[in-house]
Design a protein around this ligand. Structure first.
Ligand code: BJW
Length: 231
């Protein structure tokens, strides 16, 4: 690979062929749930039990033994190893809250929208692993006054994680690859511009072309386009 500093951004489309629903596609998660109800701090304040139920259902899918990383996740993990062995740098920024990249063996991963299998204290922000159902009566005891544990998910209006690290890597990138994301949610949707302004070659691998301004694009299922592009 002629590139040295590589940043990859992934979205729900990369996990579609593992059986995880995307958000905005036909039959996606937002067809049956109102964003305002389940993915905002205001929705959670109104009805925490509904929000916990929504995330408990999605956590249950992570525990399904049939759920596996697909060839796109695996190709990225293998590529990271090869690229680093050749002296390059590699950062995988995922908007996904499943843990399929980590399961595939990816190492340098930022889960910018949080992780389904974690819960956090709403006061201190400290997170902890949790794979069983969370109820509104489950409390965190890390602060003086126990707090109800909330999903460790970045909702609309909240600041995504590790933004400084993401921006620094994008400014150094000579290749930026966006995979399986509709590019409708900021700040991730603006990453292509940051990388392009820093001089990176920008590539989109998605089911269909988005509004993002990429140097080149390859369209089809990620399980095919990702291994093919990285080969
Ligand atoms: C395949 C495929 C296959 C399918 N193979 N491909 C007005 C203007 C601009 C911004 C704003 C605005 N008003 C508000 C904002 C900010 C807001 C925002 O962007 N809103 C937009 C809706 C306009 N953003 C925020 O609030 C964020 N925080 C923030 O901005 O903080 C302030 C800040 C300031 C300055 C710097 C930094 C920060 C927080 C956003 C949190 C997003 N959270 C969610 C929900 C998490 C909860 C949960 O998981 O339940 O994260 S929203 C949801 O969308 C989820 C995803 O990570 C995110 C992106 O979705 P994604 O991954 O792109 O999925 P889809 O379904 O949209 O697309 C799938 C794609 O795959 C499609 O293109 C398919 O074609 C493709 N595909 N099958 C390959 N087999």
């Amino acid at each position: 690979m002629r590139f040295h500093n590589i940043v990859v951004l992934t979205g729900a489309g990369i996990s579609a062929e593992s059986g995880i629903k995307t958000f905005r596609d036909h039959n996606g998660l937002w067809e049956n749930h109102r964003i305002e109800d389940v993915a905002t701090p205001e929705g959670y304040a109104r009805d925490p039990a509904l929000v916990q139920q929504f995330y408990n259902q999605r956590r249950a899918q992570l525990l399904d033994p049939k759920l596996k990383p697909n060839t796109a996740h695996l190709a990225l993990a293998q590529f990271e190893q090869q690229h680093k062995a050749q002296g390059g740098t590699f950062l995988l920024i995922t908007q996904n809250v499943d843990n399929l990249h980590q399961r595939a063996g990816s190492e340098h991963v930022i889960a910018m929208h949080g992780q389904l299998q974690k819960v956090k204290c709403p006061w201190s922000g400290k997170n902890q692993s949790w794979l069983k159902d969370v109820t509104v009566t489950d409390l965190c005891h890390c602060c003086k006054i126990p707090q109800p544990l909330r999903p460790d998910i970045v909702w609309f209006g909240e600041m995504p994680y590790q933004m400084d690290e993401c921006t620094a890597a994008l400014m150094q990138a000579d290749l930026f690859i966006s995979i399986g994301t509709s590019g409708q949610v900021y700040p991730a949707a603006g990453f292509v511009q940051i990388a392009a302004q820093a001089g990176a070659h920008t590539v989109e691998l998605n089911m269909e072309a988005t509004r993002g301004d990429f140097s080149e694009g390859y369209y089809g299922p990620a399980a095919k386009t990702v291994p093919a592009y990285l080969a």
